[in-house]
Structure formats: C-alpha cells, structure tokens
Ligand binder design. Sequence first.
Ligand code: ZN
Length: 273
Amino acid sequence: MTTTVKLSHEYPFSAEHVWAVATDLDHLQTVTRGLLEFRDLPSGQIHDGQHIKVQVSLFGKLPYQPYEMTVVTCDQATMSFQSEEVGAGVKSWRHVLTVVPTDTGSRIEEEITIDAGIATRVFATWARFLYRKRHMPRLRILEKRVKSLPQGHVDLTSTQARVPSHNINGFHAHVYFDDTSKDAAADLCEQAAKLFGVDLGRMHMRPIGPHPMPSCQLDCTNEEFSALLPWLLGNRGDLSILCHAKSSDHLADHTRNAFWLGEPQRLDLSLFD
Ligand code: ZN
C-alpha cells in the first residue's frame, strides 16, 4: 500500500536562495529540531548519487534507528531533487522537492510517496505534519541568510558561480576535540552559541566529512563570525579550530578559504573529488 502526500509552501525569497537552503544538510537538523534528531548526518549540499546513512530518533527521545537516504537525482538547473529513503519502520519513502520561481519569490513543491505497509496512513499523517513544520524554521534561516549577504552580492548558487574570496556567505568554525578536551569543546561551543547567536551543531564523536577528528560545528553569518573570531582566539585554550568560508565551492572552502586557530590538522579532501 502506498500513498502520496503533496505540499507546497510560498517563500518571499528567490528560488536560488530557497534551493540552497532546502538542499543543505546543515539545515536539515535545524528545520526538524524537536521532531527528529539525527546522528551521523553529513554536512553541506546534497548531490546526485549521494548515499546517506544516519541514525534517527523521534523527538530525540525514542531509541535511535538506522535510516538510509539516497539522493537519486539532484538537479541544480531545474532546482529539483528526488530521494529514496528507507528505515525506521518505513519500507519506502520517496521525496521529490522542486523549487519554482514565482512573482513574489518562489514556492517549494513537495511530493512524498510512502509505503509503510499497514502503517502507511499513520506515516502519511506524520509526513504532512513534519514537512509543514519545516516551513517556519526555513523562513527564519532564509531571513538570516539574505540579511547577511554583502552589498552587490553575486548569487553563489548559480551554476556558473566560481567564487572569488569576497563572495562568502557565512563561515563555519569546527571545534576539534579528543577524549580529554571534549568537555572544554562543548563548553566553548555552547558559550559561542549563547553569546553570538551562532547555530550550534551536534558534537560529532567520530570523524565526519573532511574532519579527521571528533568535532562540533558553529555555523555563522558573516557578521556573527566577525564578532566570534576574536572571542574564539581569546577563549579556545588548546583547542584546534578550523575556520572556513561558506561558498558553493566546497573544495576551495576547505583549502584556500580556510584557516586554523591552534594546531592545524590534515583534512580528508577526497570527498570533494
Ligand atoms: Zn564546515
């Protein structure tokens, strides 16, 4: 038994901005916070053929269960992606998302086709609720993002964008830690979030993405980062922190658009090949 849920949401922002936010895994946790908590969720924009294995917990309270997502297609030109998902009691969950430009901004159109056996209708109700709930946090992310763009900004999400250094759309600070510095890292990150309003990621207890050590991410607008940086310099203790720009060029962001506070580490850049 399968059923299809269709949703659409209007945004007073350009389709390019909405697409960039809708396909950014860093925002997935933010827009589902309180409803779903993820472990092992990778960072950055999704891409064609990407296979993502995570652990997911309902409300962050029920036991974590394995969940797999495959990005079947992700087409920047048509601003449409399709993912196939399986796990946590669902046999098949196909999610198609398209961003359509409108007169007043853009619209996200979503179609979710679910097969969860006899529980299909329950999951369909849940899906409708879950995808609706993403709308408000996504609006807030977009407001913050658009406000942080410098004057004369060239849109980074256009397919031709090669990114000169001034087209930077925020920063990450990744605070690295090991068993002995875990608490210091957690403290530093929590304080940073409190003092500067930056988005606090999870404590990744294992290497993830290009990061060779356990780490925690602080996601900043340009303005937040310029306030945060001197504070980090003065308060990091012995922690190593990777700071990097956010543009559409992930390899550049982790090489020439990156710098270290403290001891530099060797990044695993193979995933940007
Ligand atoms: Zn990063």
